[in-house]
Design a protein around this ligand. Structure first.
Ligand SMILES: NC(=O)c1ccc[n+]([C@@H]2O[C@H](COP(=O)([O-])OP(=O)(O)OC[C@H]3O[C@@H](n4cnc5c(N)ncnc54)[C@H](OP(=O)(O)O)[C@@H]3O)[C@@H](O)[C@H]2O)c1
Length: 244
């Protein structure tokens, strides 16, 4: 009996894929996964939607009809899709890439959050919106102007939405996942050292086995979402707690 709903962006790889795999173990969940790539898994409780968040025109009408109505006990939105973008210093950025990055990292989760609140305003379900943040939301990193700014913007949007909310059955979280061994880290290690002075530090994370596995981070995110009473603040970082 599927009486819970998960909407997960960026489900096709990295952290999102690990979150997907964790929720696929939970029979009560109907899952909607949204990425550009469809995995084509043979799992009846997963519906995959192919969407490119860098194209805002596609999103505007798609978002309004994204959420299924049903008698759910709980509904979770995890805005996980993200892009590190061009690793370049200010003055060398390309407007087109910057615009795509803002759409993927900031506009899409803002629009999805907005559409989620509108769609489920009158449901009695317990609702959670979990926006995947980054340490870069509060720390300036050379070469990551677009990334830091979009993550900072999303964190602030999450705090504003939480402050506005009068719905006792709706919780918001902005969760930093730590440094995770995914394709995003591959892209970071391929940056030019001129544009990204911290490149050796990031190469060493990989070399010295200091990256978290997507599975271990997904397990912490699931724990947080299942034990919300233990996490009072909107802003969370998986590095600040251990699994029991
Ligand atoms: N890895 C880290 O160390 C780290 C650290 C801090 C925060 N984070 C955050 O964690 C989240 C997951 O990152 P990750 O490391 O797992 O990255 P990843 O391995 O690069 O995966 C990114 C996911 O986002 C989706 N995505 C990218 N561009 C998209 C687009 N234009 N439209 C729709 N979906 C798109 C990708 O799917 P498709 O390619 O199929 O579209 C993929 O499923 C991101 O929000 C990231 O900022 C990661």
């Amino acid at each position: 009996m599927q009486n819970s709903l998960l909407i997960l962006t960026g489900h096709s790889k990295g952290l999102g894929r690990a979150i997907l795999d964790a929720y696929l173990q939970k029979d009560e969940f109907e899952i909607i996964g949204i990425s550009r790539t469809k995995l084509g898994l043979n799992t009846p409780n997963l519906t995959e939607i192919s969407m490119d968040f860098s194209e805002i025109g596609v999103m505007e009408d798609a978002f309004t009809r994204l959420f299924p109505l049903g008698d759910f006990k709980q509904i979770i939105l995890i805005n996980n899709a993200g892009w590190i973008g061009e690793v370049k210093s200010v003055g060398n950025l390309q407007v087109k890439d910057l615009s795509s990055q803002i759409s993927i990292n900031l506009l899409a989760p803002m629009c999805l959050t907005n559409a989620f609140v509108a769609a489920f305003r009158n449901t009695k379900a317990r609702k959670t919106i979990c926006n995947i943040s980054s340490g870069a939301a509060s720390k300036p990193v050379e070469g990551w102007g677009g990334y830091c700014s979009t993550k900072a913007g999303l964190e602030m949007f999450t705090k504003v939405a939480a402050k506005e909310s009068k719905d006792p059955k709706l919780r918001y979280f902005s969760v930093a996942p730590g440094v995770v061994d995914t394709q995003m880290q591959d892209e970071i290690r391929q940056a030019d050292s001129q544009d990204f002075p911290q490149i050796e530090r990031f190469k060493n994370y990989k070399k010295n086995g200091n990256l978290s596995s997507p599975e271990s981070v997904a397990a912490k995110i699931v724990y947080l979402l299942e034990n919300q009473d233990r996490f009072q603040d909107v802003i969370q970082d998986v590095r600040n707690f251990d699994l029991p």
